[in-house]
Write a protein that binds this ligand. Structure first.
Ligand code: NAP
Length: 336
C-alpha cells in the first residue's frame, strides 16, 4: 500500500483524494496539509484516518508518507515539489508544474541532482481515451503527417484561484501546450497571442477570450482559442489536419435528446465531469509507476516546455500581439 500525503485540499485535491480512497486499491491518502483549515477539515471529516498537518514541510518529511501529491496554487508548486524531491519521495504535481520557466528549471536541477526521476506532472489529458485515439491516428500514419491543429478550450467560468490574464496561458492553456507536444512529438518555435474584444462576463483583471498561434520546429501550425467565461459549459475541441485525413477529439458520449422542437446534446458544465475517467487512469498509472519506482508519465521537462510556450505567449501579448520566439534551453540528457 502506497501511503500518500496531499498538500492542497481545494477542488482538485479533494477530487484526487476521493479517487485514491475509492478507486485505487494500491494507495491511500494518510496525511493532508493546507493553509485553509476549513479545506483540510473537509478531507479529515470525510476520511477520519487522514492525519492533518499544519506545516506542509512536516508532511513531506514525515515517515507516514511514501509519496506526495501537490495540488496547491500554481506559484507554490516549486517549493513543495523540490522539497519532496530532496526528501527522496515521489511527487505528483498538478499542472502547471510552476508559474515560470525559471521555477521549472530549478525543479529539473533538483531532480537531476537527486539522480533519478521523482516527479510526475498532472497533464491528465494524455490519459483521456479520446486524445489517445487521436494520437493513435497520427502515430499509425493513417492521416499522414500532421499539418495543422485547431484547438479550443472553453470554460463556463474559472474555478479555484482568481483568474487573471496571465493565467489563461500559464494555468489553462498549458493543457493544450502539453497535449499538442505529446500528439505531434514536436517542440514549439514561434508564438503569438492575440486579444480580441473582452467579454463583459470576465473579471476586470482578465482579458477573455484570447487566441494563440504556435508554429512547431517541424512547421506545424497550431491555433488555440482560450475562453474562460463562455457561460454555457466546459467545451474542449481538438482537430488534427493531416496530409491524408483528419482526426478529431470525440465529444463525450451524451445522448442526443429531441424535445420541444429542438435537438439537445448535453455539454458538461465543469472540467471535473468532462475528463472524469482520465483523472482516474492518470492516478492509477502514477501509483503503478511509484510501486515500480520507475516513472513514465509527464516529466519536469514536459512541465518546462509548456511553461516556455506560456511565457512566450505572455511576451507576445505584452508586445501587442507580435510573433515571438519560444525560448527553450537544450533538453538535458537526463530527460532524453
Ligand atoms: P483551489 O480550490 O483554490 O485549491 C487550492 C488549495 O491550496 C486551497 O485550499 C488553498 O487554500 C491551498 N493553498 C494555497 N496556497 C497554499 C500554501 N502555500 N500552502 C498550503 N496550501 C495552500 O484550487 P484548485 O482548483 O484545486 O487548483 C489547485 C491546483 O490544481 C492548481 O495548480 C490548478 O492549476 C490545478 N488544477 C488542475 C486541473 C486539471 O485539470 N489537471 C483542474 C483544476 C485545477 P486557500 O483556499 O485558503 O487559499
Amino acid at each position: 500500500m502506497i501511503k500518500l500525503g496531499l498538500i492542497g485540499a481545494g477542488g482538485i485535491g479533494r477530487m484526487h483524494t476521493d479517487i485514491i480512497m475509492n478507486q485505487i486499491p494500491g494507495a491511500e491518502i494518510v496525511a493532508v496539509s493546507d493553509i485553509s483549515a476549513e479545506n483540510r477539515a473537509k478531507i479529515t471529516d470525510q476520511y477520519p484516518s487522514v492525519k492533518s498537518f499544519d506545516d506542509p514541510h512536516e508532511l513531506i518529511k514525515s515517515s507516514l508518507t511514501d509519496a506526495v501529491i501537490v495540488t496547491t496554487w500554481d506559484r507554490t508548486h516549486e517549493e513543495f515539489v523540490t522539497a519532496s524531491i530532496k526528501a527522496g519521495k515521489h511527487v505528483f504535481c498538478e499542472k502547471p508544474l510552476a508559474d515560470t520557466t525559471k521555477a521549472c528549471v530549478n525543479i529539473m536541477e533538483a531532480e537531476i541532482a537527486a539522480g533519478k526521476r521523482y516527479l510526475t506532472v498532472g497533464f491528465m489529458r494524455r490519459y483521456d481515451s479520446g486524445y489517445v485515439q487521436v494520437k493513435e491516428a497520427i502515430d499509425s500514419g493513417r492521416i499522414g503527417r500532421p499539418l495543422l491543429l485547431h484547438e479550443q478550450h472553453r470554460n463556463a467560468h474559472p474555478t479555484g484561484e482568481k483568474h487573471t490574464t496571465d493565467m489563461s496561458a500559464n494555468g489553462a492553456l498549458v493543457h493544450e501546450f502539453d497535449i499538442t507536444r505529446w500528439l505531434t512529438g514536436d517542440e514549439y518555435e514561434m508564438a503569438q497571442l492575440i486579444c480580441p474584444r473582452s467579454t463583459r462576463n470576465a473579471d476586470e483583471d482578465l482579458i477573455d477570450p484570447q487566441m494563440v498561434i504556435l508554429r512547431t520546429k517541424g512547421g506545424i501550425h497550431v491555433d488555440l482559442e482560450i475562453y474562460m467565461n463562455c457561460i454555457y459549459g466546459y467545451d474542449i475541441h481538438c482537430e488534427v489536419v493531416g496530409e491524408e485525413g483528419c482526426a478529431s477529439l470525440p465529444d463525450p458520449a451524451n445522448a442526443v435528446i429531441r424535445e420541444n422542437g429542438a435537438r439537445l446534446y448535453k455539454i458538461d458544465p465543469v472540467w471535473v465531469n468532462r475528463f472524469a475517467d482520465a483523472y482516474v487512469t492518470e492516478m492509477r498509472d502514477w501509483i503503478k509507476c511509484v510501486e515500480k519506482d520507475s516513472l513514465t508519465g509527464p516529466s519536469a521537462w514536459d512541465g518546462y516546455a509548456a511553461a516556455a510556450a506560456a511565457e512566450a505567449c505572455t511576451r507576445s501579448r505584452l508586445a501587442g500581439g507580435q510573433v515571438v520566439k519560444v525560448e527553450m534551453m537544450d533538453k538535458p540528457e537526463f530527460y532524453r
